[in-house]
Design a binder for this molecule. Structure first.
Ligand code: MRU
Length: 350
């Protein structure tokens, strides 16, 4: 399995996703500020991976602290959480992970510093293991939704690289393939950052899963030609009504899917579901540097001075979503009810 991120004795180690698919290199962060930088710069990306990276970054910051008492550690801990919390705004897994590390800190507040440090490291590592288990459970639930054979389209990368392993949308595809389904993946290249062509194609090729990369504007034609039997994507945040924030371009795919009567599935762990946000209108959308749009591999592609937009995500209204696959089971419309029911179900533990 690809090690997207890993706790090591010398720091938090990441595969550098900005260098894939041509170079497979790893970076080790030794401070929480470095972890914040790799989240912001997308060395690590994808909502679940961002969440666990945040938890490991917090554990690393606490490990590096010179505080003599837990009381002295508390303001430092709050500062570390603030730094990590200001990296990327859309993936709710980041804030879920920070909240979970805060809860852990509170539960250890009366303990000596050494125990607090170890407890936070253990918690971050547990979140890593839970993420893989959740993806495998999602795969078990979602595989039945995949066609017995034929094309499945995905957008962005919701694979092993976007998680601690196995993937959400790609986990569903992997599980279907493991069951013997003959799936051919169509990977949208996913402009502007090219997570589909660089990352999804890379990890599926490693697994020997047949894959065709298409540019984003080809998706409609592929659907019209009958090449796509289902669509499965990940999510960065799912509101209580089932509206889904995911990589920019997902909305376009969902609308096209409706036009062609193709099922549109979203696979995401429960940590991506934000029941505090009633609908997609309340989801903050990250705006990224215009350079991601104006330049490809360092080469300028637009005239100087032209205006550029670069929202990293869009919101797909729940009405386009056929089902949401989570580790706790499958939710269908009306999502207000089905997501709340799943919220009461037991979490996947390791
Ligand atoms: O900007 P990115 O690469 O972090 O965006 C990633 C996505 O949009 C993924 O589809 C989403 O995080 C789900 S990953 C399992």
């Amino acid at each position: 399995m690809i090690e997207t991120l890993e706790w090591t004795h010398s720091g938090v180690r990441f595969i550098d996703q900005t260098k894939l698919p041509t170079e497979e290199i790893y970076v080790t962060c030794k401070t929480h500020e470095q972890v914040a930088d790799v989240i912001r710069n997308m060395v690590v990306r994808g909502a679940p991976a961002i969440g666990v990276a945040a938890a490991m970054g917090i554990a690393l910051g606490v490990k590096n602290s010179q505080a003599a008492t837990t009381g002295e550690l508390k303001p430092e801990f709050d500062g570390i959480c603030d730094v990590i919390g200001k990296t990327r705004p859309t993936a709710v897994n980041l804030f879920w992970a920070i909240a979970r590390m805060r809860e852990k800190f509170e539960s250890l507040r009366v303990r000596p510093v050494a125990q607090v440090k170890q407890g936070l490291i253990d918690e971050a590592r547990r979140m890593h293991a839970e993420d893989i288990a959740a993806n495998q459970a999602m795969g078990r639930h979602g595989a039945a939704l995949m066609p017995a054979s034929g094309g499945v389209l995905t957008h962005c990368n919701a694979g092993a690289l976007a998680t601690c392993g196995y993937g959400t949308a790609l986990g569903v595809i992997r599980a279907a393939v493991e069951q013997g389904k003959k799936i051919h993946v169509f990977a949208d290249e996913t402009r502007p950052f090219l997570q589909g062509s660089r990352l999804t194609a890379w990890e599926l090729m490693k697994d020997g899963i047949p894959t065709t990369v298409i540019s984003d504007n080809m998706a409609g034609a592929m659907m019209k030609q009958g090449k796509i039997g289902a669509i499965v994507v990940g999510a960065d945040r799912i509101a209580a009504n089932g509206d889904v924030a995911n990589k920019i371009g997902t909305y376009t795919v969902a609308v096209l899917a409706r036009e062609h009567a193709i099922p549109f599935y979203v696979a995401a762990p429960f940590s991506t579901i934000d029941l505090e946000t009633p609908d997609g209108g309340g989801i903050p959308i990250e705006q990224r540097s215009p350079l991601e749009v104006t330049h490809i591999a360092g080469k300028q592609m637009v005239p100087d001075g032209v205006q550029v937009e670069n929202p990293a995500f869009d919101v797909t209204p729940a009405k386009y979503v056929t089902a949401i696959v989570t580790e706790r089971g499958i939710a269908r419309a009306p999502y207000e009810e089905s997501l709340h029911r799943l919220a009461e179900a037991a979490a996947v533990s390791v």
